[in-house]
Design a protein around this ligand. Structure first.
Ligand SMILES: Cc1cc2nc3c(=O)[nH]c(=O)nc-3n(C[C@H](O)[C@H](O)[C@H](O)COP(=O)(O)OP(=O)(O)OC[C@H]3O[C@@H](n4cnc5c(N)ncnc54)[C@H](O)[C@@H]3O)c2cc1C
Length: 427
């Protein structure tokens, strides 16, 4: 399957449409041009348009074609690092801002969905971070203690309660964060696109930006059939970043993550797996994430082959693992399997760059973009409007290519992923 064709996924088959935004044609003007129609680009477009700004989104395919329309649908709070670590890394001013912003991102996302009445099966039933072994358990406990110290709605669950909440006795303990939840990501993305358009943003599908260069008064973006002249540009291309901006593609490593979806489970079986319907991700070397969706399908996510797939047979280890967790799944049909690119950065934090006047870049959510990208969109919109109240919630850093990047994908495991990424993605 070509990487350019939209993946066959559960989401594509159940979203009730895939977006039908016409391609850019002819020469246009906009105050802000946004490259990329995922959560980041669309949320920024929405918030700009709502503030009365003149904005155009250029998406190479259709909104939600990238990670935003294919992800695990888990709305998870926080960043890769614990709050204490973030505050030690970024100091007493920016550090707490980053912590507050990232842990508030799920509430922001669910609030946005409610405000816009986006029908996307959104449920805020919490996130479980489950430990299988003592070492990850210690890390999970440290996170829980730091969150509790800050008054966050987080608690530790022992093995017995974990077994009740998950339907498997695999976990020795787990952290429960009440702010997490889930949604149908493609319905959400398409809902965001429709809301942005409704607020006045112009959205163009099938409009890959092929070049971006300075012109008098701003920037000129060219597609195969048209162009946009814009005062400001937001690049929001995440794991699908190509060569549009020098060095950007080399500043992250796109890594595949894969998901298998079951047929709707019989209600007796569905009632035993995550009965209260939180989402779960495992802490440890092999990261697996799963949830039961609003139609009682089990969605199992985890490491995937480093190429596109469109069938659950390609990720048997995930469905076999599900069977190990819940033997009652024997005979279950796995109707869909797909994958997409997660953008990993060297420091495992989202990157915001302003390499030249009028250019803003935001990408690299490291597998935590559902909530973060939604919330970042609003912050980026403020920055694009030169509105600095409240102060920007994330560091703005110089663009730095990763050493060894040219060895991707061959060298990716050896060089970039030798350390902590392994823990997040199970590579
Ligand atoms: C399989 C999988 C599971 C995941 N699970 C979760 C999860 O459960 N929870 C979570 O929080 N996060 C998860 N993530 C991560 C999350 O999906 C992303 O962080 C988030 O969607 C990023 O949104 P974005 O808008 O920045 O990028 P994307 O949604 O990837 O959008 C980028 C867009 O840019 C477009 N583009 C690229 N180049 C150009 C160009 N030159 N011109 C025009 N358009 C261009 C692409 O077509 C693409 O649509 C997962 C990701 C994957 C792949």
């Amino acid at each position: 399957m070509s990487e350019r064709s939209p993946p066959r996924s559960l989401y594509r088959d159940t979203a009730g449409g895939t977006g039908d935004y016409a391609a850019l044609a002819g020469a246009r003007r906009a105050r802000v041009a946004i490259v990329g129609g995922g959560f980041t680009g669309l949320s920024a477009a929405l918030h700009l348009a709502e503030a009365g700004d003149d904005v155009a989104v250029l998406e190479a395919h259709q909104p939600g074609w990238g990670a935003s329309g294919r992800n695990g649908g888990q709305v998870n709070p926080g960043l890769k690092y614990d709050p204490d670590t973030i505050e030690a890394m970024f100091g007493p001013d920016l550090g707490p801002r980053m912590v507050d912003f990232s842990y508030a991102a799920p509430d922001f996302t669910f609030g946005l969905i409610k405000r816009l009445s986006i029908a996307c099966d959104a449920r805020q039933h919490g996130t479980l971070r489950a430990a299988i072994r003592p070492k990850p358990e210690a890390a999970v406990r440290a996170t829980a203690a730091q969150c509790q110290r800050r008054g966050m709605p987080v608690g530790m669950l022992d093995a017995k309660v974990m077994a009740e909440r998950t339907g498997t006795d695999r976990y020795i303990s787990g952290l429960f964060d009440a702010r997490g939840g889930d949604l149908h990501p493609l319905k959400y993305t398409l809902g965001l696109a429709a809301a942005a358009q409704g607020a006045g943003a112009r959205i163009f599908g099938d409009s890959e930006v092929l070049s971006l260069r300075r012109e008098a008064g701003g920037w000129l973006l060219k597609t195969a059939r048209g162009s946009v002249s814009a005062e400001k540009v937001l690049i929001a291309t995440n794991g699908y970043t190509g060569g549009l901006w020098p060095g950007l593609e080399q500043s992250l490593v796109p890594v595949f993550s894969a998901i298998a979806a079951s047929e709707p489970l019989p209600s007796a079986v569905a009632a035993t797996i995550l009965p209260e319907r939180p989402v779960l991700y495992e802490a440890g070397n092999i990261t697996v994430y799963y949830r039961v969706d609003a139609q009682n399908r089990l969605l199992m996510g985890g490491r995937g082959p480093m190429k596109s797939i469109d069938d659950a047979a390609a990720i048997r280890y995930l469905t076999d693992y599900a069977l190990r967790l819940w033997p009652a799944l024997a005979g279950t049909r796995w109707t869909h399997g797909w994958n997409g690119r997660v953008a990993i950065t060297k420091d495992h934090l989202p990157h915001i760059h302003e390499p030249e006047d009028g250019i803003l870049i935001c990408l690299g959510y490291n597998g935590r973009g559902v909530a973060m990208a939604s919330a970042m969109g609003a912050a980026l919109a403020q920055r694009l409007r030169d509105d600095e109240t409240p102060p920007f919630p994330m560091p703005i850093s110089p663009l730095k290519p990763i050493r060894f990047h040219r060895f991707w994908p061959v060298g990716v495991k050896a060089a970039i992923l030798s350390g902590r990424v392994k823990d997040r993605l199970g590579l």
